[in-house]
Design a protein around this ligand. Structure first.
Ligand code: PMP
Length: 305
């Protein structure tokens, strides 16, 4: 995947040059994974740049920090303004990916992270193109199980969680697949390394509940809303692995991946091996909604200029 960078980063309340936005080797997060992150997309049309569901992302960011007792020092309002300021300062007029991060800085080897521990907050912009193959994803069931709430809470979007995602991704690529699907400790479908999952059976849509070790995805919520508005019933319930094989359609949702059809699982073709009608209709509406083409969903957009 190609990644590009912009000149300026928002770092602890100041705009700094890309090359100066650095950390010390003893940063706690580098050693112990003590960071929380967000992944947000902005989309552009001829008139403006729109950040998609910025408030929801920043609320999740604040909640992730709360779970780990990080003292962010910035209010929701300040964080929202910081994102807009960062995009404006870089004079971005195209779609971009926004990465807020809060991490424990110089805290030695002390594992007692408390409200008094030094937290750094940054907002970084990236150029990210297509993240998933638009023609369809060939997925496998990972032998790695998804992290679960009593071990490492998946509801916090914490840096350390992604070690689990890295292992599952490595295994899937090593075996020639595009993407992994992870089961929870009980053997039910959880999510992909960086996406939530939905299946379609007999015209109804199913997705694993929050208790299946998922991150409560904002694209997941968007897909549920759009699907309901299209007249589909969306049911949150446990999905046994085998149900994937006999689904009519499967799709993944995520800020980076957007709405990505899965065309096979473990080499078993899903539906007719192409994007299915339900996935297609949700994907199309999603693409229009994020680009301010549907007034019904414009409340999800924050205008940058
Ligand atoms: N699960 C995981 C593990 C993720 O990293 C992501 C991406 N943030 C998602 C699900 C999808 O979340 P969202 O739709 O909010 O991007």
């Amino acid at each position: 995947m190609k990644i590009g960078y912009y000149s300026y980063v928002w770092y602890n309340g100041e705009i700094v040059e890309w090359n100066k936005a650095t950390v010390h080797l003893m940063s706690h997060a580098l050693h112990y994974g003590t960071s929380v992150i967000e992944g947000i997309r902005a989309y552009a049309d001829e008139e403006n740049v729109y950040v998609f569901r910025l408030v929801d992302h920043m609320k999740r960011f604040i909640n992730s920090a709360k779970i780990y007792s990080f003292n962010l020092k910035y209010s929701l309002d300040e964080l929202l303004k910081a994102v807009v300021e960062t995009i404006r300062t870089n004079n971005v007029k195209e779609g971009c990916y926004i990465r807020p991060i809060a991490f424990v800085g110089m805290h030695g080897i002390d594992l007692y992270v408390s409200k008094d521990s030094p937290i750094n907050v940054a907002i970084i912009l990236l150029k990210v193109g297509e993240y998933m193959k638009s023609e369809g994803v060939r997925a496998c069931i990972s032998s790695w199980r998804r992290i679960c709430d009593p071990l490492i809470p998946p509801l916090a979007k914490a840096g350390g969680n992604y070690l689990n995602s890295v292992l599952a991704t490595q295994e899937s690529k090593r075996n020639g697949y595009d993407e992994a699907i992870m089961l929870d400790l009980n053997g039910n479908v959880s999510e992909a390394p960086g996406e939530n999952i939905f299946i379609v059976r007999k015209g109804k849509i199913y997705t694993p509940p929050v208790s299946a070790g998922i991150l409560e995805g904002i694209t997941r919520d968007t897909a549920i809303t759009i699907a309901n508005d299209l007249g589909y019933e969306v049911i949150e319930r446990n999905i046994p692995k085998t149900e994937l094989y006999i689904s009519d359609e499967i799709f993944l949702t995520g800020t980076a991946a957007e709405i990505a059809p899965v065309i096979s699982v473990d080499g078993i073709t899903i539906g007719d091996g192409k994007i299915g009608p339900v996935t297609k209709s949700i994907k199309e509406l999603y693409h229009q909604a994020v680009r301010n083409k549907l007034p019904k969903y414009s409340h999800w957009l924050t205008k940058v200029y």
